[in-house]
Design a protein around this ligand. Structure first.
Ligand SMILES: [Zn+2]
Length: 82
């Protein structure tokens, strides 16, 4: 073994960025959810949307402090690797 890359055996970080819109004032705010290397973490956006985690996000509008928000967009961070 001439090459040994320790990163090869590490799972990519599961980090998602949610774009949410406030139900009250329609203001948009972004929220990052980082599952780290949790084995139960969703692997992609589809799994995230089906998971219970997405329903447990505590939203609070930065403008009016409303707790009701709608998810209008999701993106996934590909992790530390370039
Ligand atoms: Zn608001």
């Amino acid at each position: 073994m001439l090459q040994h890359d320790v990163h090869d055996c590490m799972p990519p970080p599961r980090r998602f960025r949610l774009l949410m819109r406030c139900y009250n004032c329609m203001g948009e705010s972004a929220k990052v959810i980082d599952f780290g290397d949790d084995e139960d973490a969703p692997a992609d956006i589809e799994e995230l949307m089906e998971s219970v985690a997405v329903n447990q996000i505590r939203f609070q509008c930065t403008e009016c402090e409303s707790a009701i928000g709608t998810i209008i967009g999701v993106s996934q961070s590909k992790g530390r690797r370039v």
